[in-house]
Design a protein around this ligand. Structure first.
Ligand code: ADP
Length: 779
């Protein structure tokens, strides 16, 4: 089914394309072969070159031919005349291309017509070439038409073919002469502009520079040159002088852009040669323009340099292609090489054709075709390159996803056994009495915690790379957050004999809204680094802020008096796995991931991170994060407060839950341990040693959690729970029940869940486990 539909689809598209192409070809051929149906009633145009005589200064007259080139000494005029013949038409116009000449026409000795841009051109010393329109009326029959050509250059004696016709007839004939070249030139310019735009898009999207953009630039210059040279310019622009100057400017730009294009193709291997040429070309171009503006010289003086530059660009290219050929490098740009060679041959062909032609018309037809071929080759190469880039990027994304997924899985897998090791080790620390065993256990604890922090960093990095980091917004107390950071780092600073200062503005809003946990992670990452990379002195946490647009820009600076970072390394600091500086030899632990993660976190919250450092003096990282303000009341002076130092050792143990729980167990010591484990907290622990005592308390009090022992004499935890749930007026209908069990096995949780328990806790009760459960079910 799928195959058939794709075949039918291809067939439909294929037939459509063939039909369309056939229609376009027929349209083109038909327009050439079928009769002219245009309704101009006045498109008369015919040759008027015969019967002209040249009048010399001394009055002698000699027959001349148009077109032709005649000797005229500098500053002199070329004067020609002819008797106007009879014609039944109303007004006719004698026309020819003025070749940088001023034209004056007289009929029967009276002035009839002038063409000169003396008063309208903004610069330049002569009029541009254009088709003149000398009006001839019926009553002029038999009178003498005298035309005076004046020029201050060596074009004065150049005579174009002379014609006569109506205005429409003349314009149509000018257009008809050049229409193919004109259409192709416009096509070339459009291709060039599109190429240029594609180049910019690719640069922005992939940060890659396509040679296509330079090819595009070059052909736009060539196209502008052809337009400036075209006889049709008087049909599409009003100020012919200005357009004519584009001949020189675009020709100079053409050689410059060609050099850029060739250099790009050859990947900068011969850059020096091209660069020298480009500098010279730009210099000539700018000097030409400046001299013209100062009226010290004419832009047309640039023409020989422009042609010379084009020849030089081509020469450097042809010479440098030889070593490229020998080294097999041409195959990297073979399509464009063919394109350029075709354009080159077309250019040579054009020059030969030009020689044969009438001296004043430059028809760029052959060269235009060559250049269109050249840019099309460049397009093909660019499309190939873009496809390759797409494929590479896709492959890179796939690889990145795969590696992120692997890192995530691995670090999850690793965390479970590490937690088990640390948990068991804590038991040893708690229960062992032997000093040497305790020593080993402390070492295991230190190394295990470090290992855990590395695994956590890798997991964070994988999450960041996979874009899976979530921002968890909540209201929080600013002071609490800073205290927490302080508590976490203080012991480390103390252990390293570093002073730890906190400089917190007391007017900051007390309550904010944002991702508190992530901000703590950011601050502690920076503080941990400050401790690690500061052998002596102090570290400092500064918390300031300013209000902007209704939000607080929280400004946190972590500074130290440590080893500092040298200037060259700063740009690489935030790259993954990058560690800088000599301390690497000093065995400071680290993965080079902390700052990468920190920066990503800061940016995810719309903030910025900056660093200032001086080697040997210290470093200061400043983070600015916008936070919502919940209350404008000031947070007050920083102090560790009554509970401040309670939250030490490990962030995961931070515990500030308020509530009331009931513990039911038939062993008194267990109840005591339970109470003791929580005696530092704001949790009220109620205990019951028997089912009946439990039922009494449950009827009277509302608890946040009820812990039931599994195995009790007379009635087990499961039965007791059933009785509790059956009690009338039970205030604990929605209270979560947690089972205490001495023989937890895999799947125990599911087993107890089936009896309506939300979770279970293994005996002997571990402090972390208990706290975790309390956090989970009480908040
Ligand atoms: P690491 O795990 O190596 O500490 P980080 O990403 O946290 O990785 O830091 C990257 C590097 O930046 C460090 O290896 C260190 O070279 C440098 N660095 C970070 N903080 C400081 C600091 N406070 N003083 C000096 N160097 C620092």
């Amino acid at each position: 089914m799928k195959k058939t539909s794709s075949f039918v689809y291809d067939f439909i598209v294929g037939v459509g394309a063939i039909v369309f192409t056939a229609i376009m070809v027929l349209l083109f051929v038909g327009e050439q072969l079928l009769p002219d149906e245009r309704t101009y009633t006045d498109s008369y145009f015919e040759d008027y070159s015969d019967g002209w005589v040249r009048v010399y200064n001394d009055g002698t007259k000699r027959t001349i031919k148009a077109p032709g080139q005649y000797e005229v000494s500098a500053g002199q005029e070329l004067v020609i005349e002819k008797t106007i013949d009879a014609d039944s038409r109303k007004t006719r116009y004698v026309t020819f291309n003025s070749v940088k000449q001023d034209i004056y026409a007289y009929v029967g000795g009276e002035h009839r017509y002038t063409f000169s841009t003396k008063d309208t051109r903004i610069f330049g010393s002569h009029s541009p070439g254009l088709y003149v329109f000398i009006p001839i009326y019926p009553e002029d029959e038999g009178k003498i038409l005298q035309i005076v050509f004046w020029g201050n250059n060596n074009y004065t004696g150049v005579l174009d073919k002379i014609s006569i016709g109506s205005q429409v007839g003349i314009l149509l004939s000018i257009y008809n002469d050049e229409r193919y070249t004109l259409i192709l030139t416009l096509f070339l310019i459009v291709l060039g502009l599109i190429a240029f735009i594609i180049g910019i898009i690719v640069k922005v999207a992939y940060n890659r520079t396509l040679s296509l953009s330079f090819a595009g630039w070059a052909v736009v210059c060539a196209g502008t040159w052809f337009l400036a040279e075209s006889n049709c310019k008087q049909i599409f622009v009003p100020n012919i002088s200005l357009m004519s100057y584009m001949t020189y400017i675009s020709l100079m730009m053409l050689s410059y852009t060609m050099a850029l294009y060739f250099d790009r193709l050859q990947e900068g291997r011969y850059r020096m040669a091209y660069m020298i040429l480009e500098v010279l070309e730009l210099f000539v171009l700018l000097a030409g323009i400046v001299l013209q503006l100062l009226r010290k010289s004419d832009l047309s003086a640039m023409l020989p340099y422009a042609f010379l530059s084009i020849i030089l660009s081509m020469l450097i290219y042809l010479i440098t292609v030889i070593p490229d050929f020998i080294q097999g490098k041409v195959k990297d740009y073979i399509l464009e090489f063919i394109g350029i060679m075709v354009a080159f041959v077309a250019g040579v062909g054009q020059m030969i054709a030009y020689d044969d032609k009438h001296p004043i018309t430059m028809d760029a037809f052959i060269l235009t075709i060559g250049l269109i071929f050249m840019i099309l080759m460049s397009y093909i190469r660019a499309l190939r390159d873009i496809r390759k880039m797409e494929r590479d990027m896709f492959a890179a994304v796939q690889a990145q996803n795969a590696s992120s997924a692997f890192l995530t899985r691995m670090s999850h897998e690793m965390r479970t056994p590490i937690n088990a090791i640390l948990g068991m080790n804590k038991m040893i620390l708690r229960e062992s009495k032997e000093e040497n065993i305790l020593d080993y256990a402390r070492d295991v604890n230190g190394a295990g915690n470090y290992l855990l922090s590395i695994v956590n960093e890798v997991l964070d990095l994988a999450k960041v790379n996979a874009g899976k980091f979530d921002i968890d917004i909540e209201d929080y107390e600013l002071m609490d957050m800073i205290r927490e950071c302080y508590s976490l780092i203080k012991p480390r600073a103390l252990a390293n004999r570093l002073a730890f200062e906190v400089d917190m503005s007391d007017v900051l809003p007390a309550r904010l809204r944002g991702d508190k946990e992530r901000i703590i992670q950011i601050i502690t990452n920076l503080l941990t680094n400050a401790v690690k990379y500061t052998p002596e002195g102090r570290i400092k946490l500064s918390v300031q802020g300013k209000i902007s647009g209704g939000r607080l820009l929280l400004m946190i600076t972590v500074s130290d008096t440590g080893i500092g970072i040298d200037e060259d390394s700063i740009p690489y600091l935030f790259d993954s796995f990058t560690r800088v500086g000599e301390f690497q030899n000093q065995r400071i632990e680290g993965t080079g991931l902390g700052l990468t993660i920190t920066k990503q976190l800061v940016e995810m919250m719309g903030g910025t991170i900056t660093v200032e450092s001086e080697p040997g003096k210290g470093t200061a990282f400043t983070v600015v994060i916008p936070q919502e303000i919940r209350t404008v009341e000031p947070c007050g002076t920083f102090s560790m407060g009554p509970n401040g130092d309670r939250r030490v050792v490990d962030r995961n143990e931070v515990f500030d839950v308020l509530g009331k729980i009931l513990v039911v167990d038939d062993v008194a010591i267990n109840l005591r341990v339970f109470s003791m484990l929580l005696n530092n907290t704001d949790i009220t622990v109620d205990t019951a040693i028997s089912a009946s005592e439990a039922l009494e308390k449950i009827k009277r009090n509302k608890y946040d959690i009820i812990f039931l022992d599994h195995l009790m004499p007379g009635m087990d935890g499961i039965q007791l729970k059933e009785i509790i749930m059956a009690l009338p007026d039970n205030p604990n209908k929605d209270t979560p029940f947690i089972m205490q069990t001495a023989n937890a096995v895999v799947g125990a949780k599911e087993q107890y869940e089936a009896f309506g328990f939300v979770d279970y806790i293994a005996k002997p009760i571990k402090e972390e486990e208990l706290r975790k459960l309390l956090r989970r079910y009480m908040i």
